[in-house]
Design a protein around this ligand. Structure first.
Ligand code: F6P
Length: 366
């Protein structure tokens, strides 16, 4: 397969949506057509589209005007793992391997290689297709910024802007009503969104999964501010934050998902505890999917464009099984197998946490 001349490629987006996906799709299509004279087929709704043959031809006109748009014109899903695909048999849900069916479909459509734009779940699936000999390249996406092989994922910057704006807005009510305002942000098992937006928004406490907290320490921070005449506090809580010796709060389990656990609820818990101990009125805002939506920032549009273009370049160089990444200021590529091995989490002793502590932000650990 890998000696074959590449004439026609497929592209799909998998996992949760993320600002900048359309910038990548546009760059893949334009690079493929303008530079290499390839044909591009877009598969809809992630790997589900490969199973159901939901395909559409993407020409330059099809990607015109999508650069500033959030979401993905191809649609996506975080279910539909082809290697563990749910079907009903005798009234029972069972999981079957649909990967060979997909390979047949791809051959029938004369697709020579596939660009998979996704997070760790979709990239792991992409790697499995490469293990079966089908040429793939990966593009990392997630607002969580938690992929170890790249310094930044696109979507993170846009999420950060949304979260920081939310903190700025919460300051108004916090100050006017003398309240503690708790903001719960996403990020799964990594605290990047909470950490960066919390610092940028001037939070007084930031709780992240990497640094287990003790609520008394957070409360002391609120009280210490009160004693200084600061009758309000802002606390940013990552959805994966957990108390020392405690567990993360799970909101729901989605069985068909590559990562079935959905976190959420720690904001409410923290707010109740803070209200009790500080005697200040406390309110919670759960930012939720607002931080995944909206128009991508210039940074994410630029990164998405660089990733998309580079994905096609490495595909034409036959660097299959690789994922594009950002290292420092340079776009490079690494084997997908290395990229999905471990999560990139906030180093508790890193300079960002140290800087936050230096300006008086509490992480609830001391
Ligand atoms: O991985 C992106 C992300 O937004 C996480 O921050 C969050 O935990 C999860 O996806 C939410 O998933 P869903 O859209 O399925 O609720």
């Amino acid at each position: 397969m890998s000696d074959k001349k590449i004439k026609r490629i497929g592209v799909l987006t998998g996992g949760g949506d993320c600002p900048g996906l359309n910038a990548v799709i546009r760059a893949v299509v334009k690079t493929a057509i303008n530079k290499y004279d390839l044909e591009v087929i877009g598969y809809q709704d992630g790997f589900g589209g490969l199973i159901k043959n939901m395909a559409l031809k993407l020409d330059v006109a099809a990607v015109s005007g999508i650069l500033p748009r959030g979401g993905t014109i191809l649609g996506t899903t975080n279910r539909d793992n082809p290697f563990k695909y749910p079907v009903m048999q005798d009234g029972k849900r069972v999981y079957v391997d649909k990967s060979d069916e997909i390979l047949t479909n791809l051959r029938e459509h004369e697709i020579d290689a596939l660009v998979v734009i996704g997070g760790d779940g979709s990239l792991s699936i992409a790697r499995e297709f490469w293990d079966k000999g089908f040429p793939v390249v990966g593009v990392p996406k997630t607002i969580d910024n938690d992929l170890s092989a790249t310094d930044v994922t696109f979507g993170f910057d846009t999420a950060l802007v949304t979260a920081t704006e939310a903190i700025d807005k919460l300051h108004t009510t916090a100050e006017s009503h003398h309240r503690v305002m708790v903001l719960e942000v996403m990020g799964r098992y990594a605290g990047w969104i909470a950490l960066h937006s919390g610092i940028a928004g001037g939070a007084d406490a930031i709780l992240i999964p990497e640094i287990p907290y003790q609520i008394d320490n957070v409360c002391n921070k609120v009280k210490e501010r009160l004693a200084r005449g600061k009758k309000f506090s802002i606390v940013v809580v990552a959805e994966g934050a957990k108390p020392l010796g405690g567990e993360m709060v799970v909101q729901k389990i989605i069985e068909d998902s590559a990562d079935p656990i959905r976190l959420g609820g720690i904001g409410n818990l923290t707010a109740k505890q803070l209200e009790l101990c500080s005697e200040l009125e406390t309110r919670v805002t759960v930012l939720g999917h607002l931080q995944r939506g909206g128009s991508p920032t210039p940074f994410d549009r630029l990164l998405g464009t660089r990733y998309g273009a580079h994905a096609v370049h490495i595909l034409m160089e036959k660097k299959f099984g690789e994922m594009v990444c950002l290292r420092g200021t340079e776009i490079k590529s690494v084997p997908i197998v290395d990229a999905v091995k471990e999560l990139r989490r906030v180093p508790p002793d890193g300079d960002v946490v140290r800087a936050a502590k230096s300006v008086g932000i509490s992480f609830g650990d001391e």
